[in-house]
Design a protein around this ligand. Sequence first.
Ligand code: MSP
Length: 651
Amino acid sequence: MKYYITTPIFYPNSSPHIGTAYTTVAADALARYHRLLGDEVYFLTGTDENAQKIVRTAEANHIDPRTYVDGVVERFIELWKALDISNDDFIRTTEVRHQKVVQEIFTKLYEQGDIYKSEYSGWYCTPCETFWLENKLIEGKCPNADCGRDVELLKEESYFFRLSKYQDALLKHIGEHPEFIQPVSRRNEMLRFIEGGLEDLCVSRTTFQWGIKVPFDPLHVVYVWLDALINYISALGYPDGENYKRYWPADVHIMGKDIVRFHAVIWPIILMALDIPLPKVIYGHGWYLTKDGGKISKSRGNVQDSFELIERYGSDAIRYFLLRELQVGTDGTYSEDNVVERLNSDLANDFGNFVSRSLAMVVKYRDGIVPRPGQDGSQERELKALSHEVKKAVEKRLEVFDPASALEEIWRFVARCNKYVDETSPWVLAKQEEQRERLDTVLYTFVECIRVMTVLTAPFMPGLPPRICALLGVDEGIIRWEEADQWGILEHGIKVQKGEQLFPRIDISQYTTAEETKTVDQDQNQGQKETIEPVPALEFEPIKEEISIEDFSKLDLRVAKILSAEKVEKTDKLMKLEVEVAGVVRTVVSGIAKHYAPEDLVNQYVVLVANLKPTKLRGITSQGMILAASQGDVLEVLTVNKDLPGGARVK
Ligand code: MSP
């Protein structure tokens, strides 16, 4: 089966940011998935360079548009490389191969009467590169909900494309192909828009010269959207190229919701007018917004450099975050602390920890040699049944372009694997000689679980298979989708290594307060999960003498809300906190000032030892103590994230 998938081509008027990367990462995951299925995949991305906004930005930077776009396009190419994007081609609309096709199509449409010359009098939004009629403007501004910026009045001679002529044919196509525009919310939006009546579209400009010239009337340059949409076939070598014959029609064009309208109206009509089959699916995803619901944008200074983020957390973690967080049909929230949370919980605690714990046990109990398994028990049967269920569910979710739910399904399996470790308790089996065969089965199953997890996540995190195969001492040829839920694929007798943590935990408090992110070796966080080996490098305080439950119940621990925080003058360790507990405000002096900035503490819900005798520190009476975990130089105040009021008991 062939599978042709595209991203929109990006405006190189500014460097890409993490929000823009979503479309490309999602398309890449789908492309990789289809390759694993054995499909012959063609994956296209590129840049949309002939826009008026490029001219404006280049002018503002005092350089010519060509030099300007060359620089920015390089950034896109580098970013896709850093994110392990596996595109087969990268089209630039300033390339001759594209310009030639656009000119041929423009001429053909003109000759057959679908393009005609007239005069345009109306408004133009340069940020959206869209024409608007006066009656569509909202308070004189661009009516696009994501824009709302100033529009400019245009009055120029132009060529027009007869969209109106194809309105009924388009509605018929959408009606007959419910899968054509997805998800269904966008389909409904588009139906309403088209039913409202299509106006002929202005498809040339004369007030600037940057762009593709109309071949028979070179004072005009082709309107950027007509030019840009054609990339999907020009890159394949339309009309005679082998790739065009092999791959067109596209199986899916993936894009953000803001540009579905161009793809669901102008593009199919161009294709209908050329008598070319339409793409099978146009999929419009939501947007990544900032925490306060605003747009992510470099100019607003609310987004970190994508390269820095990738360097800090790794391409797989960024890809995982982007794909996991954006639910179908809705917008998602991007913030660096959300990335860290996902990384710590899903990747470090769940995925990475399973891999390192289970491999460590194979090393410890069988010198790293994967043993021959004995008979399956009910737990193994349950794991296997779940793997079939999850693989099917992932396939279903990816058929409807929903990577977030696909990952959620895979994590059901990851969670089950972690539970399997606890249920089977190999450290107990290892102490009983008569359980030798049972332990062999468990250890073998661990390694197979790692294989299953690696195959299922391979489309999303392509950096993992080479790393995990190296730990297992096997070739990457074991990454076969059809075998994901088959068991007994890995041979016993292979030698595995424990290796390094796949996803070292990130210490949130360090990253929010210090300029530099600090990765904490996972070994320092071993308290969170069952551990099997003592960690020689760290010196823990000895565990104190036993106390009775009565002793413990003397402690009154409460949730407390931090109302204000300030450093205590002339000390570098002490922080003075005002906390609210059970309706009363208390002052607490805490030795955490080296680890937190005051603003990071305000509004946090922490745990307070509420019945500790008050004590004076630097002349301030401290009425209690807040709990924090620490090891070496790392310290983290314990916080409560559920909706619990200051005053709730902790027991
Ligand atoms: N050049 C046109 C597309 C032409 S396709 C024939 C364009 N370019 S763009 O650079 O403005 O946007 C490219 C893609 O990035 C769009 O799919 C857009 O929706 C997506 N995104 C831009 N910011 C985004 C987020 N913050 N979140 C998710 N996607 C975002 O439009």
